[in-house]
Structure formats: structure tokens, C-alpha cells
Design a protein around this ligand. Structure first.
Ligand code: NIG
Ligand code: FE
Length: 414
């Protein structure tokens, strides 16, 4: 079989190339190729340009031509840089209690919250967890999300965290989207642990971290820094150990109270996520660093609280990614495009800022340099929406769906 394919012409091809990683972006900066085409070579992008210019090259390569005969806007496959899609059970009761006026922390303290999901997840068989991840990831794929970060964190013991991370690895082999695993054993202090938070974290870092390395189960370590979860002081030796062992650090930071983003900057985290409570001080701190600020509008929508100050972060010069935080508690919706579009409306973001946040800036939040742009040598992950004008995508607030999705050069939807 010939490994080259020429795909196009797309009415508009948004390559997302040549734009800065940090700071505000205008729509005039958006790189658009009118009547664009892509030549793929196996699972990679071989060439990008005007469809008519690529035709001769495609003939010389003996490429198969896949002609698009309707108006489509093509852009890189979306990247969801923060999810918790490996879980058992439901937290519909929590949701109802919250809407009746109880706070997230009150519900957690009275037996609901993360611990409820830990209990449900521990009861789930590995097979059931794998099925849950696959179903959610495939739903995401149909909405154009070709790379999905997935956190553990509903196991909260060495054995149960391993069950989850193994389930993520098994699901990853069985689906088209790429799953990027993250160890979130520091999600909260397990209620059944007989010892201090420091002792729990020390056990995780000495016992679980080496297994993650040996079995290639995760290269990223996350922690929830918050009142009721972990403090800057308790997490310090844990992050130090993780860094020494070569893990990337990411932080659930400033969700309800501040402090987490300072820890993220101190430990050179790849991203600080949430930031709904960040003030001018934290915004400046992040803007002066290389930490990607990841907004999670799905959690704001799920909890009924304010959005991450994405406008102020971008204006201060920070890099902003946007992710779904898909989880059973605070963000049950799991629709990245709706959430990104809504964040854009509330935070007054340009189309380019929103689309960057779910493509190349989201790739940076995961430390992935091979995706998020349509560029030679990058993975052939791209999606096409049935419209002639890219502005229609966010205007429809997530209800305009991609009709074609390519993952590693293979048409997986359409
Ligand atoms: O990102 N903030 C902490 N962790 C998750 C919520 C998890 C849960 O409520 O189950 C979050 O919002
Ligand atoms: Fe989260």
C-alpha cells in the first residue's frame, strides 16, 4: 500500500503554526491556508500547502488522493490536557446537593466528594474501568479530541493507583485516541490511611514512583494543593523526589484558595491547572514563568463558580491552555469544545486564543512536541468541520461537530 495520501482541498486550513506559546493572540495572527491540502506519510504530516500546489508533488510521490468536495474547515486534532476519565460510579447526588446550596468542601466532609468516587472506583473491576475509559475517550474522539490526558487519583493506595494506571494503559492500546497518563495519587489524603499525609506521600513516592518508571505507566506527577487536600509544605518532599526521578510535575492549583501556583512555579511544573481563585499576584507569577496556565471551564460550570481569569492571564503574558477536567464530581459534562467556547464568551477571548488553548498550547501543557499544529513532521492528527468559515466553530458553542477526524493519518471518524 502506498504510504502517501493527499487530502483536500479544505476551504480553510488552520495550521496553528508560527504563533507564540505565551500571551494574547488576535484573530489576524491565525495562519489560514485557503483551499489548503495535506500530504500525509503514514502517521505523519509530510507536506502542507495550497491544494493545487501539492498536486504535482503528490503525483511524483504516487500519493493516493482523497478529495474533499464540500466546504470544510480543517484544524489540528484537539488536545484535552486534563481529565479524570477513569472512575467508577456517579456523583449525581453531590451535584443535586450543590445545587441545593451545599459547598464542594461541605459535601466532601460529609461523605461525598472525591472519597465517594474512590470507594466506587475501588469496587470496580479492572475490565469495567477499561470500558469506561474507552467509552469516554471514543466520545471525545467523535468531538475531535485526538489526545487525552487521563489522571489516576481515585485509587489512593499503591495497589489501587496501579489498577487505574494499568487500566489507562490497557484502554490506550485499544482505541484510536492517544491517552497520556498522569499519577494523581496526591488527590486527597485517603480516609483509610493510618498515618500522616507526609507518611502517605512518602510511601507513594518510594513504592509507586519506581514502578511507574519500570512499567512505563506515567511520566507525570500531579497533586491537588488545597485546604482539605495537600499543602505546600506537605507536598515539598514529594515533588522534590518526583523531580529527581525525572517526572514532569503538574498541579491542581488555586481552585478555591491560593498557594498552588506558587508551588507550581517553584518546582518548575509543566502546568498549573484550575486557577479560579488566582489573584493579580499569582497571575504575575505565572506570566513570569514557563508554567502553562490551564483553565478548566467545565469545573466552573459544574460547580457554579467563577471562571479561570484567562483574559488577565493572557494579557499579563501567560500561556493559557483549556481542558475539560472531565470527572464525576466537579465536571461531569466532558465536552471540551462547548466548554472552551463558553470560556471564550465569558472571558472575552479571541477565536485564536481559544483554539490555541485546545491545540498547540494544550500540547505544550503535556510536553508534547509532535502534535497540536498541522506542520511537516507532526503527527497526522487533524479534524474537519462542515463550514466555510472557522469563526462558525466557536459561534455554535460546541454544537457544530467535526464530520471527519484523522488520527495518525487514518480516517477514524467520517
Ligand atoms: O479537578 N479538584 C480536584 N480534583 C478534581 C475533582 C475531582 C472530583 O471531584 O472527583 C478537579 O476538579
Ligand atoms: Fe482535575
Amino acid at each position: 500500500m502506498n504510504q502517501y495520501s493527499l487530502i483536500g482541498p479544505f476551504k480553510q486550513l488552520l495550521t496553528m503554526t508560527g504563533m507564540p506559546i505565551k500571551g494574547a493572540l488576535q484573530d489576524s495572527q491565525l495562519p489560514i491556508i485557503e483551499n489548503g491540502g495535506i500530504i500525509t506519510k503514514g502517521n505523519e504530516i509530510y507536506a502542507v500547502g495550497h491544494f493545487s500546489d501539492l498536486k504535482k508533488e503528490a503525483r511524483d510521490l504516487n500519493a493516493k488522493t482523497i478529495t474533499i468536495d464540500s466546504d470544510l474547515v480543517c484544524l489540528p486534532g484537539f488536545i484535552d490536557a486534563h481529565t479524570h476519565i477513569c472512575f467508577g460510579g456517579s456523583r449525581a447526588n453531590d451535584y443535586a446537593l450543590r445545587n441545593a446550596g451545599k459547598t464542594y468542601l461541605e459535601i466532601a466532609q460529609s461523605g461525598g466528594g472525591i472519597w465517594d468516587t474512590v470507594t466506587q472506583t475501588r469496587k470496580s473491576s479492572a475490565e469495567k474501568l477499561v470500558t469506561g475509559i474507552k467509552d469516554r475517550a471514543n466520545r471525545h474522539l467523535h468531538q475531535g479530541v485526538t489526545t487525552i490526558e487521563v489522571k489516576s487519583g481515585y485509587g489512593l493506595s499503591v495497589e489501587e493507583e496501579l489498577k487505574i494506571l494499568n487500566a489507562i494503559a490497557t484502554a490506550n492500546k485499544a482505541i484510536a485516541a492517544d491517552l497520556i497518563p498522569t499519577c494523581l495519587a496526591a488527590h486527597m489524603m485517603p480516609n483509610d490511611y493510618k498515618g500522616t499525609p507526609e507518611e502517605y506521600l512518602s510511601e507513594i513516592s518510594t513504592t509507586l514512583f519506581p514502578i511507574l518508571k519500570e512499567e512505563n505507566l506515567a511520566t507525570r506527577i500531579d497533586a491537588f494543593l488545597e485546604e482539605g487536600a495537600y499543602s505546600a509544605i506537605s507536598i515539598a518532599p514529594y515533588f522534590k523526589k518526583a523531580k529527581e526521578m525525572g517526572f514532569d510535575i503538574t498541579v491542581h492549583a488555586d481552585q478555591f484558595s491560593t498557594g498552588g501556583s506558587a508551588v507550581a512555579v517553584e518546582y518548575g511544573a509543566i502546568s498549573a491547572d484550575h486557577l479560579e481563585a488566582s489573584t493579580a499576584t499569582e497571575i504575575q507569577l505565572l506570566a513570569n514563568s514557563n508554567v502553562i496556565a490551564t483553565a478548566l471551564p467545565g469545573a466552573s460550570m459544574g460547580l457554579g463558580c467563577n471562571y479561570t481569569p484567562a483574559r488577565r492571564l493572557l494579557d499579563a503574558g501567560a500561556s493559557v491552555a483549556i481542558a475539560s477536567d472531565w470527572n464525576p464530581g466537579s465536571a461531569p459534562m466532558g465536552n471540551l469544545l462547548i466548554q472552551a467556547a463558553v470560556l471564550g464568551t465569558f472571558e472575552k477571548l479571541s477565536n485564536t486564543e481559544v483554539l490555541s488553548g485546545i491545540t498547540y498550547r494544550a500540547a505544550a501543557a503535556l510536553g508534547l512536541e509532535d502534535r497540536g499544529k498541522i506542520e511537516t513532521g507532526f503527527l497526522a492528527d487533524f479534524i474537519a468541520f462542515p463550514t466555510h468559515n472557522y469563526k462558525e466553530i466557536l459561534y455554535h458553542q460546541g454544537m457544530l461537530q467535526p464530520t471527519m477526524v484523522w488520527k495518525k493519518g487514518r480516517l477514524v471518524v467520517g
